[in-house]
Ligand binder design. Structure first.
Ligand SMILES: Nc1ncnc2c1ncn2[C@@H]1O[C@H](COP(=O)(O)OP(=O)(O)O)[C@@H](O)[C@H]1O
Ligand SMILES: [Mg+2]
Length: 240
């Protein structure tokens, strides 16, 4: 497939002192796909997506979104362009209601493009993750799984073109994981999804393409079937 990538990186490097955490020669995320990024702990997955969303500046290399160079663009401007992310570290406001948590990003999106009312946008985001009936409850009192879903709702409230999720199923119960898979399939009908995920059944159920990172580099890339059959991946990651 010779598609033009929606989000691409070339020669992307991130050094932390003497440690080269990311060293990705070439990366292409295509519009509409669900991509999983897998790899052992410390492989550079979080750092890599942090570069894509502008949370960290790269030491070398270039990043482009829809053909436009965004290498030096700050994170909030990338959000405005349509790159939203939720991170491993829980970022909800525990003392606010679920509604108020999603109202913040919904307000931001309305300021950017003016469509819809705040209430419509906020409730639609909660509804998509199945939390609409809890809108007035306090976020901090929710189960861990519901807090993770709230984070996804906060990302969706930004109406992103690309949604980046860093280990969203971490700490979810099996029943919640089933719901999560269905949610991401639905989200992916209108949004490109880049998912860092440790849970291999989730990866195999969702991903159209998998990028395997190991020591900051792309060790392998391909369909779930190809990745499962890859000897180097087995040795570095799946076998362990
Ligand atoms: N802010 C930071 N400062 C220094 N080293 C970091 C920082 N963030 C990550 N690292 C290091 O970079 C490497 C990759 O980390 P990370 O991207 O978090 O990996 P992963 O998400 O795949 O577990 C690790 O060796 C980690 O210790
Ligand atoms: Mg990580």
């Amino acid at each position: 497939m010779a598609a033009i990538g929606q989000l691409t990186a070339e020669g992307l490097v991130k050094d932390f002192g003497g440690l080269r955490a990311v060293d990705v020669t070439s990366f292409t995320l295509n519009k509409g796909e669900i991509r999983a990024v897998i790899g052992p702990n410390g492989a550079g997955k979080t750092t890599f997506v942090s570069l894509l969303c502008g949370r960290f500046a790269p030491s070398q290399g270039r990043i482009a979104f829809e053909g436009r160079d965004i290498t030096t663009m700050p994170a909030h401007e990338r959000v405005a362009l349509g790159i939203a992310y939720t991170f491993q570290i829980t970022s909800i406001f525990g003392n606010l209601s679920l509604y108020d948590n999603v109202a913040l990003p919904a307000q931001r999106r309305i300021m950017l493009d003016g469509g819809g009312t705040l209430r419509e946008r906020a409730m639609a985001a909660l509804d998509r993750v199945g939390l609409a009936d809890r809108a007035q409850e306090q976020a901090g009192t929710q189960s861990y799984g519901h807090q993770r879903l709230l984070e996804v709702a906060m990302g969706l409230a930004l109406a992103p073109k690309v949604l980046i999720l860093d280990e969203p199923t971490q700490g979810l119960a099996d029943s919640e994981i089933t719901d999560f898979i269905a949610l991401i399939r639905e989200v992916a009908e209108e949004t490109t999804v880049l998912l860092i995920e440790h849970n291999m059944p989730v990866v195999m159920a969702l991903a159209e393409q998998i990028t395997v990172l190991d020591q900051g580099r792309v060790l392998a890339e391909g369909s779930p079937e190809a990745i499962r059959a890859d000897a180097a991946v087995q040795a570095a990651y799946l076998g362990g």
